[in-house]
Design a protein around this ligand. Sequence first.
Ligand SMILES: O=C(O)CCC(=O)C(=O)O
Length: 273
Amino acid sequence: MMSELIIKLNDSVFGDGPGFFVERGLMPKTTVDDLNSYIDTLEPSVVTRCTKTPWGFGNFRENQLVLNAISKCELITLLEKSYSNFNWNHIVVNQKSAFYGPAVEWHQEMCNRDTFSPGCLLSMWSDFLQIYIALDSESVDNGGLRVVPGSHRLGYVDHQDFLSPLLTHKRTIPSVVLEAIVSECGLVNLTLEPGDAVVFNSLVVHGSGSNASNKRRRSIVMQAQLKESPWASQKFEEEVRHRKQFVLSAMGERHREIAGDTDGLYRYLARGS
Ligand SMILES: O=C(O)CCC(=O)C(=O)O
């Protein structure tokens, strides 16, 4: 099993393969059920704007109950044993609530390297591993994860600053770049059952659509740090400043548009104008 996993990681994830693999039933069904029941009791830490539907529940990397649940996943315990400096950078739950779950922008994980590992170089992309575990059934209909196979072979691609539907700073791949990448690599709409996992590298392009269906899409999104890397505090401070400043300036721009044109904005919708 150990050698099988290492082969899969070396070939499919870090080598010339698709950059990801799907591990069916990684988390046992009873563990998924227990985890869902636990999350149901939590107050969300992030909700969608206006509709106030839950989106996030904070970082669980020090939550013993969640750590126990993920320790039930054989592949994860094997990973922890295989890498001497194995660590979780983040373990979060993304919940796309029925009807109002927001889309996730198209990106490569490395675009946010100065948040999760400030100062690390792009050449260190294989020091990180993404693990995504579905806690609900998901497909493209309820905003399931979509990946661009083999996109890591293109290296790091252009990203632009982006204001997410939750009004947070994100980075996303410009549409012309994305079109070129997808026409070269294709696009996979994953269909996952609760407990199925997707293991992918930090350069694979991925994103997901909004959830307008009546089915919740909840998942665990984890990032493993496989090797130790130095923490550049100044880079981190700059990153935080940049991310805050972008949101303030994008919202300020919108504020000024509205303040300068209150009537015009609605007049074209009004009868008789
Ligand atoms: O929740 C999603 O659809 C995207 C998750 C994601 O960006 C990730 O797993 O790294």
